[in-house]
Design a protein. Structure first.
Lengths: 119, 901
């Protein structure tokens, strides 16, 4: 069973994602921001991390940078899932090493397909 | 007191003054020697021994007659702001060091006029210095109870005068450049001015309150004396006219006396010092006059019928009561008054003598080809000898001619002679047409009239009844009687001489100036003098000259007087000022004027011109050409001024544009950020709604419970979306001014309670306590209740959100102040950084500072609060309570009190 970590501070979005991925046979972990994510990452090594950018305390960019600096986590796939839709935001996200940049609002079905492709 | 003792005291006193002068010279740049007070007090050199003793004599013998001498200056001093400032500027840019330079420069830098003015000054001032020496000598004899010896070489006062002459000639010629400031002398003179006033006030108080019982007592006792009433009233129109002429005379004197010109103009450091002098000098004169009357009449009462010289009452009174200390003090005061005058006058006279008479007419030739050191030594020595011989000459005049005249009569004669300079002097300031020939004729004729109506009768003996010249006129022609010229028989001798001499002087100055045009140089300087404000920074531009001249020739002349080093420095300053290449070899008009100026301080304007002219070849210019060039340069100056103004304006506009543009750019960035944040904020609920809807649509076997949960999410996110849109619109309405506020009288306590009620649930959830302290249940304020509820609600929900998680405390307080009602909402959460105090009231401020941090709440709440409060004409701000959380404060105007007021 593949593991997936969802990092987002919007409970209703998280709820939709959690339901969807559980239904697609993922083991789902949830964090409200970067700080919480690392608490979970201490004990878990997910196959995929879905990251929001704008979050309280530690934002998505900082989180990704820290992930890429961690030997153990380096091979995790990372998807940015954010409403920041400017070209320079997208470029920045991909430059930091994200595997995919998905804009909000998003299609649940399509996201699942993209995740499957990625893994 | 014996002579040796008094001489010792004098020596001590003079050496203290000497030390002050020495000290001030060393500190010539410190503020102790360069302030407006030193300047103002040095102007009080106007009050000489004549004031100190002479006024008393006049007051005792003829009542109020002493006053015009002080009234005149007081009347004219308010005009200093214009006149004196102008004279100072003209003198500064032209390096003028005496009144002879001033007048002669204006009338085409005329050597003859300079010499004439010098002679007039010598004629006027020598008797005046004699008068001072007379007072020193006489008072010395009174204090020591000795008599003046008929043999001058056995008279102690002769040696006092010689010592004084040596002192003055040593100290007055420290600088070759006569336009240089002499801080030492000026400071010493200022100190002496203070001392003479203080000593005079002391004797005044002594006579009034110790010898007598105050002013009333003296008045009562004096009023029974003979002639008291007659002496102390201004009787007929004739007396009034006499007064008038004396006032005019002293008005002129405060400008024209060489010592006044020297202290007020040459020694002026800053134009603004005039302002202080304008009130301080009249005050000084006033103080000096307070006790004149009591001393004079106090003396009259004491010494009635004893035939004593009333000039010396200030000494005789304390001596009469055997008060030696006071007698000596008064003597020192009078001595101070005398030597200040002697020193300053002899310095300025000797400068005039050397710069305007001796050098241009005498040894200018011998100065041509010698080394600068030798030249300087020669000039300084000539001045030293000048000062020394002037003082000695004055002493001789005193011994030979005026032993018997009172101080005042001699002083007034001096004034009348000096006043002959008035028409050409004031004409120089205000009248372009005034010409050299007019000035020369006026001065000569005026002086001749003085000679005829004043000096000759004085020499014969003014009240000499046996002189047929005075009593019947020359050859018995009554119309030519010197004291009643052309039948004018109702004026006193002095006003009579003032009237005729100035009348003839002025008429000839005017008529000759109007009838015969002056040469181009006169007209050139006339423009420069009258429009000095235009030329004050670049006066060389105003000098008109045509011809051939080489810089190297002029340079050689300069080097002979200034030395190689200073000449070089002068040249580089000139090149810098006018941006001239140092390889240029021909000199232009500006350079010639500049070179003349450099020399002027050393050898006077006339000699400077002669020397420079000797090495240049000048072409003749016609008067019309001068006027044309002047007109052009004036136009140039105006055009320049306009250009500068325009360019300044452009600069201002462009910087305003830049600022406006920057503001626009900032606004644009803000707008972009705002849009960015708004779209992000809008997309978030849409994302949740879309995801939930998709799941519900695609997934048929979703459990009932979850299905409901997703639907619930869709509803709450839709609400959130709607609220957000409301807020954005709200804010937009406020910002564009479309939002109206509906003011009505409301109870702020109720409004806050209402908001609290709606938040009850939230407060309970967070487990925080709320304290609302109120003094009264009703505080009426004018506001729009719906809007203020919105503000209070917002601030309270923030407070709940940010107060301490474990033991949250919120306090609400209302302060009734005179101007406004103040509402404070305090929470014990984390402090806010001071630099954010203002920014938190900006919309989405968090988004701007930290682009990726999520704002808590919509990020619009405080921005809306601010808009609402500002529309109520109130204020909103935040403060940190040290260690104890944050307080948000807003005010609403207290219309109750404002209306009542």
């Amino acid at each position: 069973m593949k593991k997936i970590l969802i990092v987002d501070d919007e409970p209703n979005i998280v709820m939709a994602l959690e339901y969807t991925f559980k239904k697609n046979n993922f083991e789902v972990f949830i964090a409200r921001d970067g700080q919480e994510a690392f608490v979970i990452l201490k004990n878990q090594l997910p196959d995929l991390i879905i990251l929001d950018v704008m979050m309280p305390l530690v934002d998505g960019y900082a989180t990704l940078t820290q992930i890429k600096n961690d030997e153990r986590l380096r091979d995790c796939k990372v998807i940015f899932l954010t409403a920041k839709n400017k070209e320079k935001d997208i470029e920045k996200g991909l430059a930091l090493g994200a595997d995919l940049y998905v804009l909000k609002p998003f299609s649940v079905k399509k996201l699942v397909e993209q995740v499957h492709q990625l893994l | 007191m014996n002579s040796i003792g008094l001489l010792f005291i004098l020596a001590l006193y003079v050496s203290i003054l000497f030390y002050v002068a020495y000290w001030a010279e060393k500190k010539s740049h410190s503020k102790w020697t360069n302030n407006a007070y030193i300047y103002s007090f040095s102007l009080a050199v106007y009050c000489t021994a004549w004031t100190y003793y002479g006024s008393i004599g006049v007051a005792a013998n003829s009542g109020l007659g002493y006053m015009p001498i002080y009234l005149g200056p007081m009347i004219i001093i308010p005009a200093w702001m214009i006149i004196l400032k102008k004279i100072i500027r003209i003198s500064r840019v032209n390096k003028i060091s005496s009144i002879a330079d001033f007048i002669s420069l204006r009338y085409g830098n005329s050597r003859f006029l300079g010499a004439l003015v010098t002679l007039i000054c010598v004629a006027g001032v020598l008797p005046y210095i004699s008068l001072q020496l007379k007072s020193i000598s006489e008072t010395f004899h009174i204090v020591t109870k000795t008599h003046s010896d008929f043999n001058v070489f056995l008279d102690t006062t002769t040696y006092v005068c010689i010592a004084l002459a040596l002192f003055a000639s040593y100290y007055g010629t420290r600088y070759v450049d006569a336009s240089e400031k002499r801080r030492g002398i000026v400071t010493a003179v200022a100190i002496e001015s203070i001392l003479k006033l203080v000593f005079f006030l002391i004797i005044g108080v002594y006579v009034t309150y110790f010898v007598y019982d105050g002013f009333d007592d003296i008045y009562t006792k004096a009023s029974v004396l003979e002639d008291f009433d007659k002496k102390n009233t201004i009787g007929s129109v004739t007396d009034g006219i006499n007064w008038f002429f004396l006032c005019v005379l002293s008005m002129f004197a405060i400008f024209l006396l060489p010592r006044q010109f020297h202290t007020a103009i040459v020694e002026n450091n800053k134009e603004r010092h005039i302002k202080t002098a304008m009130w301080l000098l009249p005050l000084y004169l006033l103080l000096f006059n307070i006790f004149v009357f009591p001393i004079a009449w106090g003396g009259n009462i004491l010494f009635e019928g004893k035939g004593l010289n009333s000039d010396t009452y200030p000494l005789l009174i304390p001596q009469f009561f055997n008060n030696n200390v006071l007698t000596v003090l008064v003597f020192l005061g009078g001595f101070s008054a005398a030597i200040s005058m002697i020193i300053v006058s002899s310095i300025s006279l000797s400068t005039m003598l050397s710069n305007n008479l001796l050098i241009p007419y005498g040894f200018i030739g011998s100065l041509q080809n010698v080394s600068p050191e030798k030249n300087s030594r020669r000039i300084v020595n000539s001045r030293k000898i000048g000062i020394f011989s002037l003082i000695i000459l004055s002493y001789v005049i005193y011994r030979v001619f005026i032993l018997d005249y009172s101080l005042v009569s001699i002083g007034l004669v001096s004034f009348v002679i000096i006043a002959q300079l008035a028409p050409s002097f004031f004409g120089a300031l205000f009248w372009r047409r005034g010409s050299k020939n007019g000035a020369v004729t006026g001065i000569i004729l005026g002086f001749l009239i003085c000679l005829y109506t004043l000096l000759v009768p004085y020499a014969i003996g003014i009240f000499n009844s046996s002189s047929s010249f005075i009593q019947e006129g020359p050859w018995g022609i009554a119309l030519l009687k010197p004291l009643q010229l052309f039948g004018l028989d109702y004026l006193d001798p002095i006003p009579h001489a003032v009237f005729w001499s100035l009348f003839v002087n002025l008429i000839s100055y005017l008529s000759i100036s109007v009838s015969f045009k002056g040469n181009y140089r006169e007209r050139n300087y006339a423009e420069m003098f009258i429009d000095i404000d235009q030329y004050v920074s670049n006066h060389e531009d105003a000098f008109i000259w045509k011809g051939t001249a080489y810089i190297s020739d002029i340079q050689k002349v300069l080097e002979r007087f200034l030395g190689v080093e200073r000449t070089k420095r002068g040249l580089s300053i000139f090149n810098l000022k006018y941006n001239i290449d140092k390889n240029v070899t021909t000199a232009d008009a500006r350079f010639i004027k500049f070179a003349e100026n450099l020399l002027t301080g050393h050898i006077g304007t006339a000699s400077a011109k002669i020397l420079i002219s000797s090495v240049i070849k000048e072409d003749v210019i016609t008067l019309t050409e001068v006027l044309r060039i002047l007109e052009e340069s004036k136009e140039n100056i105006i055009v320049n001024k306009k250009l500068i103004e325009t360019s300044n304006e452009l600069k201002k506009i462009s910087s305003q544009l830049k600022a406006a543009n920057q503001e626009l750019v900032n606004k644009d960035i803000q707008k972009d950020e705002f849009l960015d944040t708004v779209t992000h904020e809008l997309r978030t609920p849409i994302t949740a709604i879309r995801a939930a809807s998709e799941i519900l649509y695609e997934d048929d076997d979703i459990p009932k419970e979850l299905q409901k949960q997703f639907l619930q999410n869709i509803i709450s996110e839709s609400d959130r979306l709607n609220r957000l849109i409301d807020k954005i619109l709200d804010l937009e309405k406020f910002e564009t001014g479309k939002q109206k506020i509906y003011l009505s009288k409301n109870n702020i306590v109720k409004t806050i309670e209402k908001s609290l009620d709606s938040l009850k649930q939230l407060i309970e959830n967070k487990n925080s306590t709320v304290r609302f302290d109120i003094n009264s249940n009703e505080i009426k304020v004018f506001y729009d209740e719906e809007r203020i509820v919105q503000v209070v609600h917002n601030l309270l929900s923030n407070a709940i959100k940010f107060c301490s998680a474990t033991n949250g405390e919120i306090e609400i307080a209302i302060l009734e102040k005179k101007e406004a009602i103040e509402v404070q909402i305090h929470n014990n959460g984390n402090l806010i950084k001071e630099e954010d105090f203002e920014a938190i009231f900006d919309k989405f401020y968090q988004s701007r500072n930290q682009n990726v941090k999520k704002p808590i709440g919509s990020g619009l709440g405080l921005a809306i609060c601010k808009q609402i409060i500002e529309h109520h004409k109130g204020e909103i701000w935040v403060e940190n309570k040290s260690e104890n959380g944050v307080v948000f404060i807003f005010t609403l105007p207290n219309y109750n009190t404002i209306e009542n007021n």
